[in-house]
Design a protein around this ligand. Structure first.
Ligand SMILES: [Zn+2]
Length: 93
């Protein structure tokens, strides 16, 4: 009779132990899946990082960031072009 109770207690202990182990493994898997979520990289956040100021290309009307634009000074005013093709087109006109 005592032996039966002992087996019962051991089996209850084993089940509890296994549940804890499975719970730890399950939590570990969910923690690994969590950080893999894609990070927010919206264009608004990126333009804020570059200053957010855009210059208009007078030839084609495209807005370009001054750091990435093709510049040309005309009568003391700096003009920003999206490409050298637009800059050359402006010179012709
Ligand atoms: Zn252009």
């Amino acid at each position: 009779m005592i032996r039966v109770v002992l087996y019962l207690l051991i089996s209850i202990f084993l089940i509890t132990f296994l549940r804890i182990v499975i719970g730890i493994i399950g939590k570990g898997v969910s923690d690994l899946a969590g950080p893999s979520k894609p990070r927010d990289s919206s264009p608004a956040a990126r333009s804020a990082a570059t200053g957010g100021e855009l210059k208009r290309d007078p030839v084609c009307g495209t807005f370009v960031a001054p750091s990435a634009s093709v510049k040309k000074t005309v009568r003391g005013e700096v003009l920003h072009f999206c490409s050298t093709a637009c800059r050359d087109k402006y010179r012709e006109s």
